[in-house]
Design a protein around this ligand. Structure first.
Ligand SMILES: *[C@@H]1O[C@H](CO)[C@@H](O)[C@H](O)[C@H]1NC(C)=O
Ligand SMILES: *[C@@H]1O[C@H](CO)[C@@H](O)[C@H](O)[C@H]1NC(C)=O
Ligand SMILES: *[C@@H]1O[C@H](CO)[C@@H](O)[C@H](O)[C@H]1NC(C)=O
Ligand SMILES: *[C@@H]1O[C@H](CO)[C@@H](O)[C@H](O)[C@H]1NC(C)=O
Length: 551
């Protein structure tokens, strides 16, 4: 036990994997959660099984067998004492945007004398592992929220319980959840707070804490889970982790969903009503480790901010950055429901008819969510057709830095196959798009690698750019560069082969906006070469296409 504890979570999981043997190694793959329920837990002795602890006015916590899982959650312990975790609630409003007021749910006058006002929507921010309310992101998020509207913004401080070891921190979140629930119930009972007006925003372990809190309060309006922590939660039952039953509306941003063995700290499993996977939700642009050893987050003692600076937690922190950016940003983060990110990049899920939703702060204004005025709450949001849609993944591409939010363009290149053309060529494509309202120059259509283009077929790709052209595309200039790959002799194109690209037409459309999508109804535009059936583009050459296609 002590040995495992000293190794930390990675060590623990590796150790358990070793115990269980090689046949179960595959259980740790990204789809493990799908099969998790079918794995029998059959351990001879589970520490703390059937034990419970009570915490005065907060109620009790128990550990039953359902909290254990051979692979996903081999260890369960009880939280540190309340006085050690020392959960605190710090209120900010438009009246006190920078000087927080400490609210103590058991001391009525701290609430009565504060700027808390129950008629306002209440936003609650919960930080995660090795993090504190003094992280820059917490004040950035608080500032953006205060700027956005007249809210009670409450920052939950559980820094006394968020330090390594991870196992202890996960246990502490259960107690912090009870503290938050007690706080909310007091506000409801004595100050008229409407649970439907509560929106809890939690990062990492804070996302599951939000789930623990909200399951104790009837009718919580919304939980936003920002890259909910994977280890000890993924693959576990609903009572252990954040799940859609915890609040009326649960939206999730996944940004670090690699397996924990690859040091991905976020869940890949969908756990909300809407689950967003920007850039496939595993590896974020701008977070690539150039070189050097992988350092487990558990070994970073200086806190999350430092960990993200040295890229250890860059992917894990990205969910926060996207959410903060979405609060007051003008660019909509549109996610499209799609079987996979590759399908999305191939332009197969570009239409809101397939299902689309807005990621981030404004997720509750996504289409498909019914906003109805109930008698108790002004704007209660309930996801429609939830049953069928649960588990659906929404994809998008973002930038690697501010502005993260980008416009998506789908470009379909219709290739000709005249006599003399090779059956396929491979290389790089760039395009300049000219619309009535502006120009995007040098748009990279092959950002990741060269593409192989089969003459006589169409090639579709989705690319992004910060600029919103928002009008009909009048002209496209397409540039082509042949790629000679010495490792692939078939691709060598010297004097005996034709490295030209033959293009009949190009179709460009900008991603449809989910609300009032009418703007883009006739946005899709086909462009051709004047007076010719196709353009012949030499290596390192370019050709122009115009929106005047003969019928
Ligand atoms: C815990 O309770 C369950 C159900 O009552 C029982 O099957 C199990 O044997 C108990 N475990 C221990 C260690 O007492
Ligand atoms: C454990 O706690 C849960 C939630 O409070 C409760 O529903 C359940 O009955 C408890 N189980 C035992 C065995 O005490
Ligand atoms: C706290 O103060 C409010 C407003 O003055 C009052 O309605 C409520 O009953 C008080 N609660 C307690 C527990 O004294
Ligand atoms: C609101 O209350 C009225 C009267 O009590 C009831 O007829 C109506 O169905 C309620 N509406 C909703 C949305 O609950």
């Amino acid at each position: 036990m002590i040995g495992i504890a000293r190794l930390g979570i990675i060590g623990a999981i590796v150790a358990w994997t070793a115990l269980v043997g090689p046949s179960s190694a595959g259980i740790l793959d990204q789809f493990s959660w799908a099969r998790a329920d079918r794995i029998e837990v059959n351990l001879p002795w589970l520490p703390f099984e059937n034990e419970s602890r009570c915490y005065d006015e907060l109620g009790c916590l128990n550990i039953t067998r359902s909290w254990y899982h051979l692979i996903h959650r081999p260890i369960n312990i009880f939280p540190l004492p309340r006085s050690v975790i020392n959960t605190r609630f710090i209120l900010y409003t438009k009246k006190n945007p920078s000087e927080g007021q400490i609210l103590n749910p058991n001391v009525n006058k701290t609430i009565v004398k504060s700027n808390f006002f129950a008629e306002r929507p209440t936003k609650i921010i919960i930080h995660g592992f090795i993090d504190t309310p003094f992280s820059n992101w917490v004040s950035e998020m608080k500032d953006e929220l205060v700027k956005h509207g007249d809210y009670n913004v409450v920052v939950v401080d559980w820094a006394g319980g968020s330090l390594p070891l991870y196992t202890q921190a996960t246990a502490n979140t259960r107690l912090v959840g009870l503290e938050v629930a007690h706080f909310l119930l007091q506000l409801q009972k004595y100050h008229g707070l409407n649970p439907g007006d509560i929106h809890i925003i939690g990062h990492s372990l804070g996302a599951h804490t939000a789930g623990y809190a909200a399951e104790k309060v009837e009718g919580v309006g919304r939980i936003t889970g920002l890259d909910p922590a994977e280890p000890y939660f993924q693959g576990m039952g609903n009572h252990v982790r954040l799940d859609p039953s915890d609040a009326n509306f649960v939206d999730i941003i996944h940004t670090d969903g690699k397996s924990i063995l690859l040091l991905g700290y976020g869940m890949s499993q969908p756990v909300g009503h809407l689950d967003f996977y920007p850039n496939d939700g595993k590896e974020q642009p701008g977070c690539e480790l150039a070189a050097g050893p992988l350092i487990p987050l558990t070994l970073v003692r200086q806190g999350l901010e430092e960990a993200s600076r040295v890229l250890v937690a860059c992917n894990h922190v990205r969910a926060i950055k996207l959410f903060v950016d979405s609060i007051n940003g003008k660019c909509p983060y549109i996610g499209h429901q799609c079987p996979s990110y590759q399908h999305f990049l191939d332009g197969k899920c570009f239409n809101c008819a397939h299902g689309c939703a807005i990621m981030g702060f404004h997720a509750d204004s996504s289409p498909g969510l019914i906003t109805h005025k109930s008698n108790q709450s002004e704007n209660e949001v309930t996801p429609s057709n939830t049953k069928e849609n649960l588990g659906a993944k929404y994809f998008m591409t973002t930038g690697k830095d501010y502005p993260y939010c980008q416009r998506h363009y789908r470009i379909v290149i219709n290739l000709a196959h005249p006599k003399g053309a090779e059956s396929w060529v491979q290389g790089f494509l760039k395009a300049s798009l000219h619309s009535d309202r502006g120009v995007i120059r040098g748009l990279d259509l092959t950002p990741n690698n060269y593409v192989r283009l089969e003459h006589g077929t169409t090639h579709t790709t989705v690319v992004t750019h910060p600029v919103d052209l928002g009008g009909k595309i009048r002209k496209v200039e397409l540039s082509w560069e042949y790629d000679m790959n010495v490792l692939e002799p078939r691709s060598l194109c010297l004097f005996w082969c034709n490295d030209h690209l033959y293009v009949k037409s190009i179709t460009v459309d900008e991603m449809e906006l989910p609300t009032r999508g009418k703007r883009n109804i006739d946005f899709k535009n086909k462009l051709c070469t004047p007076k010719r059936d196709f353009a012949e583009i030499p290596n390192r050459g370019s050709a122009n296409f115009y929106d005047r296609c003969a019928l």
